[in-house]
Design a protein around this ligand. Structure first.
Ligand code: KIV
Length: 257
């Protein structure tokens, strides 16, 4: 690691918002992907709780433990020189403020620059930001709490509620906001009315930045989501390599000349 290079700070991300430069973010769960994303110049590398299903084989992200996520955060942290490292608080750590505080301090010790949790919880935002932590929130579709993925805040009343919640979370001390699967006009309005970075996923192009799930982006997921930008087919490439390897072993061609 080049110790002369500093990681991006929250102020750097806010400065990008101020000048209108889109902020880039991707989920990441391992060291080699962290190195690759960091070298590419990504602004935010995000260890999301989607690690549970994407890399640990759990049936649901709410099955993830703090201990499991810590190992991944430590690996990703070792691969980052310049990006801001954002980490999700798993569902099991979000049931009481004292537990949130404890998990957040463990992830901070592992290298997290910011911590994120889902839902409208201004008191928890206030408590953790009073501890000196950079607390990111997450509104819209909430994978930890909503049974079925789908667009939310479609009608004027729920759009207005979400808008007010975003302002209240900022007033409570939130450092940033992830907006998932909400109408693009609403996402743009939230981004324009706030000073903190608003990062969208399936929320149109008017947010301050975009986040995507790594496994969707590089085509490692079996499922395809409408809001996901699938820019490569890595699963197919890897499956092909295994088939070629099987044939080569069978034909005594490994090791090659
Ligand atoms: O864990 C996750 O993948 C997320 C998405 C919103 C990026 O929270």
């Amino acid at each position: 690691m080049d110790s002369t290079r500093a990681r991006k700070s929250l102020s750097d991300l806010v400065a990008l918002k101020v000048v209108g430069t889109p902020i880039s973010a991707l989920t990441c769960y391992d060291y080699p992907s962290a190195c690759l994303q960091d070298e590419a110049g990504l602004d935010i590398i995000f260890v999301g709780d989607s690690a549970a299903t994407n890399v640990l084989g759990h049936a649901h992200q709410n099955d993830l433990t703090v201990e499991e996520l810590r190992v991944l955060v430590q690996a990703v942290n070792r691969g980052i020189e310049q990006a801001y490292l954002l980490v999700d608080l798993p569902y099991c750590a979000c049931q009481a403020t004292a537990v949130m505080r404890s998990a957040a301090s463990q992830f901070t010790a592992d290298g997290a620059n910011g911590l994120k949790f889902e839902g409208f919880q201004p008191d928890a935002v206030h408590a953790l930001s009073s501890d000196g932590l950079e607390v990111w929130t997450h509104l819209g579709y909430l994978p930890q709490y909503h049974a079925q993925p789908g667009r939310v805040a479609n009608d004027p009343e729920s759009a207005e509620t979400l808008f007010k919640q975003a302002l209240e979370l900022e007033a409570a001390g939130a450092a940033g906001l992830i907006l998932e699967l909400v109408p693009s006009e609403l996402a743009r309005k939230v981004a324009e009315a706030t000073r903190f970075p608003v990062i969208g996923i399936g929320a149109g192009t008017g947010t301050d930045g975009q986040v995507q799930v790594w496994h969707d982006l590089v085509g490692l997921s079996e499922k395809e989501f409408r809001h996901a930008a699938r820019l490569a087919e890595t699963r197919t490439v890897q499956a092909r390599a295994v088939h070629v390897y099987l044939k080569k072993v069978a034909h005594r061609e490994i090791p090659g000349s």
